[in-house]
Design a protein around this ligand. Structure first.
Ligand code: TNX
Length: 569
């Protein structure tokens, strides 16, 4: 079992503590643990058709029908799938060194290698077998067929094609994740997969308020989500320690409120152009950004910028600690509602996705009746922007607005107040603190993270059922699952990855795979095969003892772990 050494590897990690005031010791530990994991991984066994994370709905292997990708391969695609084909080519070119031209299915010659067919286009082309096959695959499902002569991915939508392409990527040898050419037999196991998600909402949250993360880091996190078919990135954009999104009508929010972060570092904020870039990058990967403006509490940074929003108009000092629950915008002043309307209006206008998250957690200083009245007004202001309200489950006592979604982060599955809000029409995103809070430590000696909701290693993150977790809440009310990463103690991209991997794929499987596939013994084996992929891709991860990572030691050359450049295509 790999252990975490106490000194950095000899060649020395890249400097991970980019920002002053950060914690190089923790960053180095995380980095070194991952490097050690990479060193210990043996060459992976040939991939089998069911070696996919998250587990597909149906897998029908055909060992006589393996396909080998060769240098003369082309990707043929119908017009609706063109961008997915381009992305597939971008993933496969670096390691294979193959040109992988993308050709229009209607004009390309007869040699079929990969065909991506959206049903809509297929219908216009009656000869295409994709018509009909895509029926029943829904918004995100796909069918993947591997025969000796090629691979065909079929879906009703580009999102479905994208998920199918991610599956194909996993069916190739682990070296496909290398950023430089590798000599390898690029075999794909034969047979068919038919796959659809269990829940429509599958997400992760990144807290960019406690520590600020530059755009490039966020883009890389988007790539990680997309790899595991997660389709929502919730950005916690505001908190006591920092305001991270530029708002034109209230410019000091970002200009002043953006200059702080936990531990006294320089903070930062996203310009509207930055935010648009994140949203567009995510959209190309079929990931929807969910912006959160946390109200009425967790607002110290806003109050520093605009003391007129503070109760008593007293400017508070900037806050760089990690306590919660002390701040709130003045619910008794009309100006506060102008502020809320302006902010949610601008954020909604920048956000193509349907959701706007209002926060609502830990407003401990606001009396219950006042809190409820504030939330009801704020919900109405969000609804007026055309967005659907999402909020932490503390919003439960407030009146229902159309479509309202509560994000449940409790640690005890018996929550009558939330169950009652569901009876009044709310849907739920499940983020149980003691299962999927990715800021929790894996084990007592994990160098970063919290433990207030317990220690969460991979098995604990995996072994629960979102469909039955909350007493009195039917599975139909569950929109999906989300794994939040709070960043009080997480300061660098390497540390973000260390906390995400390998728990993020566990949560992804809960969100995507049918319950009938749930099986810890099988999951840990499938997950183990991803260690070499992360190593090849330079992704930092925790070498969890829950997972039988390939051994013996030193059978694989050390891979660079410092290449953290996002794919900016
Ligand atoms: C609780 S969960 C919070 C956050 C903290 C987190 C630390 C929630 C909605 N609020 O403000 O960052 O605990 O684990």
């Amino acid at each position: 079992m790999p252990t975490i050494p106490t000194t950095p590897a000899e060649s020395g990690p890249e400097p991970l503590d980019r920002l002053p005031g950060r914690q190089p010791a923790a960053a180095e530990l995380a980095h070194t643990a991952a490097r050690t994991a990479g060193d210990l991984l043996a060459p992976p066994a040939p991939v089998r058709l069911d070696d996919v994370v998250p587990a597909p709905e149906r897998v029908l292997p055909d060992p006589t029908a393996d396909f080998t990708l060769s240098a003369d391969a082309a990707i043929r695609v119908s017009p609706a799938g063109r961008d997915v084909a381009e992305q597939l080519a971008e993933w496969l070119r670096p390691a294979t060194g193959f040109p992988l031209p993308v050709a229009d299915a209607l004009v390309a010659d007869g040699r079929l290698v990969l065909t991506l067919s959206a049903a809509a286009t297929a219908t216009a082309n009656p000869g295409d077998a994709a018509a009909g096959v895509a029926d029943g695959l829904g918004d995100e499902g796909y069918r993947l067929d591997v025969t000796g002569s090629g691979v065909r991915i079929t879906a009703a939508t580009p999102a479905g094609l994208f998920h199918g392409a991610q599956t194909l990527r996993q069916l190739l040898p682990a070296a496909v994740d290398s950023t430089t050419p590798v000599t390898e037999r690029w075999a794909v196991p034969g047979g068919s997969i038919v796959d659809r998600p269990r829940f429509p909402y599958r997400g992760a949250m990144l807290d960019v308020a406690r520590h600020f993360f530059p755009v490039e880091d966020v883009l890389r996190v988007v790539d990680h989500l997309a790899r595991y078919k997660l389709n929502h990135l919730h950005l916690h954009l505001t908190d006591d320690q920092g305001w991270r999104i530029a708002v034109d009508s209230w410019p000091r929010l970002a200009e002043v409120g953006g200059t702080t972060e936990v531990g006294g570092g320089p903070g930062g904020f996203y310009t509207q152009a930055d935010y648009r870039r994140i949203v567009a990058y995510a959209a190309r990967r079929h990931v929807t950004v969910v912006p959160e403006i946390d109200l009425p509490g967790h607002t110290n940074a806003a109050l520093v910028a605009y003391p007129e929003l503070a109760p008593g108009k007293v400017p508070p000092p900037p806050y760089t600690g990690t306590e919660v629950g002390f701040s709130y915008v003045d619910p008794a002043d009309e100006r506060t509602y102008t502020f809320v309307a302006d902010v949610v209006g601008e954020v909604a206008a920048l956000t193509p996705g349907p959701w706007l998250h209002l926060g609502g957690d830990e407003a401990f200083k606001v009396p219950a009746d006042t809190y409820r009245a504030f939330v009801e007004r704020a919900q109405t202001l969000v609804a007026a922007t055309g967005k659907t309200v999402v909020g932490w489950h503390q919003l439960a006592p407030a009146g229902h607005v159309d479509g309202r979604v509560l994000q449940w982060w409790g640690t005890n599955g018996d929550d009558p107040e939330t169950a009652e809000a569901v009876r009044r029409g709310a849907r739920l995103i499940l983020s149980p603190g003691n299962r999927v809070y990715l800021d929790m430590k894996y084990a007592a000696d994990t160098p970063i993270g919290h433990d207030w909701a317990g220690l969460i290693d991979v098995r604990r993150a995996y072994d629960w059922d979102p469909g039955t977790h909350l007493t009195g809440v039917p599975a139909e009310a569950v929109l999906g699952v989300e794994a939040p990463l709070w960043t009080e103690s997480v300061t660098t991209l390497a540390e973000v990855e260390f906390m995400l991997f390998p728990r993020l794929p566990a949560v992804a499987e809960l969100g995507w795979s049918p319950r009938s596939t749930h099986d810890w013994a099988g999951f840990r084996e499938r997950l183990a095969a991803h260690g070499p992929r992360w190593t090849a891709a330079g992704i930092t991860f925790h070498p969890s003892p829950d997972v039988p990572w390939p051994t013996p030691a030193a059978a694989v050359p050390t891979q660079p772990t410092g290449d953290t450049t996002a794919d900016t295509h």
